[in-house]
Design a binder for this molecule. Structure first.
Ligand code: PGA
Length: 247
């Protein structure tokens, strides 16, 4: 695990953008794993800008998102499919048939889990996986206590995640937040050839410290990235504040 600390989230985001731009330039038909949440929004803006400037094209890129709420319509204001359209897909030259987000409305969830894994494999596997981290150490929606080997699966959201995400729902109402999500598993994430994890701000300090300096434990699912052969963690100074060793 390579850890880089930047003065601000702007600089860390810029470094992440460089990695994504280089990946797409090196392999124009690459497979990207993408994430939602507030953390990657500025990264997507940089990728849109690079596409507008002709530095990269998404025409042959395939994408797989980490997760989706169960039970939300694809066009619900808080669905992750809609988030991706608004933050990235609608602004670049990507073919939407190449954009994959788990179907949280699938009637047969088990079949959807298998099909999502099969689609990733058929695409040749994920070349570069973007990750955020929850205040509780989750990656994707792999919550504390999760199985550290599994593939795409149904996960119950913890109370902390429901609380953290309520701010994005109507009136910040926790009751509106779905209780389950379909998520790539930790096993799926570990199969990506390279991972880039972004974490900014005070609310991520404890999770970041556990991920980097703690033992590999289900209590902090991100800690399993210590086992991944090519993971880059990009932090702002605030998120890195609890790290004991200088990196
Ligand atoms: P955030 O979410 O980017 O909104 O902080 C990250 C996550 O929960 O994985």
């Amino acid at each position: 695990m390579k850890v880089c600390i930047f003065k601000s989230s702007v600089e860390a985001t810029h470094e992440a953008a460089k990695l994504f731009i280089e990946q797409i330039q090196r392999k124009p038909d690459c497979v990207l794993g993408l994430a939602t949440g507030s953390t990657p929004i500025k990264l997507y803006k940089e990728l849109i800008q690079a596409c507008k400037e002709g530095k990269i094209s998404f025409k042959r890129v395939k994408t797989f998102n980490l997760d989706e709420y169960v039970g939300l319509d694809r066009l619900h204001t808080q669905s992750y499919y809609r988030f991706m359209c608004e933050q990235l897909f609608d602004h670049v030259d990507i073919d939407k048939r190449n954009c994959h987000v788990p179907n949280g409305q699938a009637k047969d969830i088990e079949k959807e889990e298998q099909q999502y894994e099969a689609a990733i494999e058929a695409a040749g596997g994920i070349d570069l996986q973007l990750l955020g981290i929850g205040g509780n150490g989750h990656i994707g929606f792999n919550e504390p206590g999760c199985n550290l080997d599994c593939g795409t699966h149904l996960e119950a959201l913890t109370q902390q995640t429901i609380q953290d995400n309520a701010r994005l729902f109507f009136n910040g109402d926790e009751a509106q937040v779905p209780r389950q999500a379909l998520t790539m598993g930790v096993g799926t994430i570990l199969r990506a050839r390279q991972c880039v994890l972004l974490a900014f701000g005070k609310s991520k300090q404890a999770a970041v410290q556990g991920m980097i300096e703690g033992p590999i434990t289900k209590a902090n699912p991100a800690s399993v990235l210590q086992r991944h052969p090519d993971t880059i963690v990009l932090l702002d100074a605030l998120a890195a504040e609890k790290l004991k060793k200088s990196v």
